[in-house]
Write a protein of this length. Sequence first.
Length: 73
Amino acid sequence: MSERITWTMHHFSQANPKGHQQGDVPALLRRVADSIKDLGDVEVHDLIMHTEITAEGSWPSLTVYFDYKADEP
């Protein structure tokens, strides 16, 4: 491969606040949907769910990989 790869993927991770409601996946999905909406005109490429086990139980998080559709920072 002789060409340099310059494409960059943006991402963020999000989880519910730690505590007795931390495992509420529908709430996490709503929270992430609101965050994506707040980003503006973006194209989502991938969503990855992770789960950490804590003393309070499962603590899921989502990592969202996206790119801006326009030339916005």
